[in-house]
Design a protein around this ligand. Structure first.
Ligand code: S3P
Length: 414
């Protein structure tokens, strides 16, 4: 499985801000994370690529970034844009963050509004969407944020801005989200207090260079967990997958549904739990997905919807309205595509009820969303007819080589 996307973004960002040289192994060679690395190159950070999935980052220190000579293109990446918004709000120079058509529709006020409370000046386009125009040279003041959305991206943006703020910045979340920024800041020598749903740091601290090993991305593994669970006769082992508890909601849900997934060779990768996941076909039954698990599987719903079509009763998803503002409206995208393949899906504003049924063939739209494309590639393995998936190039944002790997695992995919 490729390297973790969330960790790869953060590794480049923090290594760039650190004093000294950091080596990153297992870096995700996806378009999203490469866009982030390129952006730091535009701000005069030297980043070498001695071999694929490795980066040597020559950190410039928290105050060492240079004004870029043009707009900074985050591509498809909400993580890149939102985290950078916080980081750049604290710089002495102005910057502009842009992205592709999908990113251009995503909500940014969730990050610009709390940043404004710290004294940052970040303008969005009309409708609160990108591009972001960041006015540097502001004096930021630490702030106690109580967030309305459970978003690791927003929390991370505020903590990164907090590095440049006077006093303390703290964030309380409505539900705990992934804590990679907190863990990695701490690994780079920053004093940061954190517990599930809470983080706090003091501004003005420096970062010490640190080598990082990026574990395999659970969200990429998720497609194979589902594929093997629904195709009779399957027996796959996915090596050394990151099992951070804030990411593994799908593992719990699939097991509740009856999936046969065993953890083997458990170990530790720079403080992150990792293990081989052996998954074998097993009959699944529908469940009501616990709302508390939604943030822990926020990127896995496209895969879950597919698993649900092969279960023996309906699966109910609620409290997941965030899915409507991901790389696409993932509730609508999955409902529409699954209906095309002959399955009943009842949509709700914050979720859906997926009814099991035999999958047929048809042409489905990925809506230019990597995870929708991969989810339908998995669904196709159980379909009675050919499934054509439109606009699949975006798979490379998070999982370059997905098609070849899927074929090598026995999937039918052209
Ligand atoms: C991410 C956080 C999540 C997730 C995204 C990566 C991160 O987004 O969907 O793929 O790396 O912080 P939200 O913070 O919007 O929930």
């Amino acid at each position: 499985m490729p390297g973790d996307k969330s960790i790869s973004h953060r590794a480049v960002m923090l290594a760039a801000l650190a004093d000294g040289m950091s080596r990153i192994d297992g870096f995700l060679e996806g378009e999203d994370t490469r866009a982030t690395a390129k952006i730091f190159g535009q701000m005069d950070v030297r980043i070498e690529t001695p071999s694929p999935s490795t980066r040597i980052v020559h950190g410039v220190g928290v105050d060492g970034l240079k004004a870029p000579d043009g707009a900074l293109d985050c591509g498809n990446s909400g993580t890149g844009m939102r985290l950078l918004a916080g980081l750049l709000a604290g710089q002495a120079f102005d910057s502009i963050l842009t992205g592709d058509a999908s990113l251009g529709k995503r909500p940014m006020r969730r990050v610009t509004e709390p940043l404004a409370r710290m004294g940052a000046r970040v303008e969005t386009g009309s409708g609160g969407t990108p591009p972001l125009r960041i006015h540097g040279g502001q004096t930021l003041a630490g702030c106690a944020h109580v967030l309305e959305v459970a978003s690791a991206q927003v929390k991370s943006a505020l903590l990164l801005a907090g590095l440049y703020a006077r006093g303390e910045t703290s964030v309380v979340e409505p539900r705990p989200t992934r804590d990679y920024t907190e863990r990695m800041l701490s690994a780079f020598g920053v004093e940061v207090a954190f517990s599930p749903g809470f983080a706090r740091l003091r501004g003005g601290q420096r970062l010490r260079a640190k080598d990082i090993h990026v574990p395999a991305d659970f969200s990429s593994a998720a497609f194979f967990l589902v594929a093997a669970s629904i195709v009779p006769g399957s027996d796959l082992t996915l090596r050394q997958v990151g099992l951070n508890p804030r990411r593994t909601g799908l593992l719990h849900v699939l097991r509740h549904m009856g999936a046969d997934i065993v953890e083997e060779n458990a170990s530790d990768c720079d403080g992150e739990p990792v293990a081989d996941l052996r998954v074998r076909y097993a009959p699944l039954h529908g469940i009501e997905v616990p709302v508390a698990l939604v943030p822990d599987m926020i990127d896995e719903f496209p895969a879950l919807f597919v698993a649900a079509t092969c279960a023996d009763g309906p699966t109910v998803v609620q409290g997941a309205s965030e899915l409507r503002v991901k790389e696409s409206d993932r509730i609508a995208a999955m409902a529409e595509g699954l209906r095309t393949l002959g399955v009943r899906v009842d949509e709700a504003p914050d979720g859906a009820v997926i009814h099991p049924g035999p999958l047929g063939g048809g042409t489905v739209e990925s809506r230019d969303d990597h995870r929708i494309a991969m989810a339908f590639a998995v669904a196709a393995q159980r379909a009675s007819g050919e499934v054509h998936i439109r606009d699949v190039a975006n798979v490379a944002t998070s999982f370059p080589g997905f098609d070849a790997l899927a074929r090598s695992a026995g999937c039918f995919l052209e």
